[in-house]
Design a protein around this ligand. Structure first.
Ligand code: SF4
Ligand code: FES
Length: 238
């Protein structure tokens, strides 16, 4: 049996001098299997054409649809409206990232800055010879690298993180797990001393307060705290 649900969302356009932050409440009929992506698309199509939120893949892959859902950073396309028995859902944009409008934030600029800050790419001493077969690596190591490569840069870990809220240059769990990924990868020639130069400070590995919210909210269930602990241990030994 279907029911009515109410969704309350922040409306605010910081680039419009006349815009004031307000909350709009929308009532709509819930349909079977309805996700917040579907609900917001329905609201935008039938009730409020002006409401802004981001989506690309609708499948938990692109990382575009992060927002705060009843106080918890979540992916809208992976959140079922039926998971809220009261049928009341409050939506806010992710904190920490610049607000574009309503529920839409700019995670891309933040991620670009972080990726440059932590040199998020393979650094090899030897030139790559594409005529040769790739050097083999053990399946266990490959699995560890591939696991961390599943990050979709959605920013939920950053939005959940108290240090990120206080320190705008903190690289966050996403940045620290990128470093862990390259430090595990045998194709990367960088030493622990090289990684220390990148993250051996309070905006890096020593800024994390181990509050665990990053791992609690990561939609890909990455072992963020284990990898942060792994890197912290390596960095204190440098
Ligand atoms: S680590 Fe998880 S929560 Fe953080 S950006 Fe990657 S997928 Fe999103
Ligand atoms: S729309 Fe791509 S992760 Fe939700």
């Amino acid at each position: 049996m279907s029911r009515e649900i109410t969704i309350t969302a922040l409306k605010y356009n910081p680039s419009d001098a006349d815009s004031q932050p307000t909350f709009e409440t929308y009532t709509l009929e819930e349909t079977p299997g309805m996700t917040l992506y579907i609900a917001l698309t329905k609201i935008k199509a039938t009730i409020d054409h002006d409401l802004s939120s981001d989506f690309v893949c609708r499948a938990g892959i692109c990382g575009a649809c992060g927002m705060v859902v009843n106080g918890k950073p979540s992916l809208a396309c992976k959140t079922l409206t039926s998971s809220f028995p009261e049928g009341k859902i409050d939506l806010l944009p992710l904190p920490t990232f610049p607000l574009i409008k309503d529920l839409s934030v700019d995670t891309g600029s933040w991620m670009q800055k972080m990726n440059i800050r932590v040199n998020s790419w393979i650094v090899a001493n030897e030139p790559t010879d594409i005529s040769k077969i790739e050097k083999r690596i053990s399946p266990d190591v490959a699995d560890e690298v591939f696991e961390l490569d599943r990050c979709i840069e959605c920013g939920l870990c950053v939005a959940s993180c108290s240090t990120s809220l206080m320190k705008e240059d903190f690289v966050g769990a996403v940045g620290l797990s990128r470093i862990a990924r390259f430090s595990i990868d045998p194709y990367d020639s960088r030493t622990d001393e090289d990684f220390y130069e990148l993250i051996g400070d309070d905006d890096g590995i020593f800024g994390c307060m181990s509050l665990l919210a990053c791992e609690d909210h990561c939609p890909k269930e990455l072992p963020l705290q284990t990898k942060i602990a792994y890197m912290r241990r390596k960095m204190v030994m440098v």
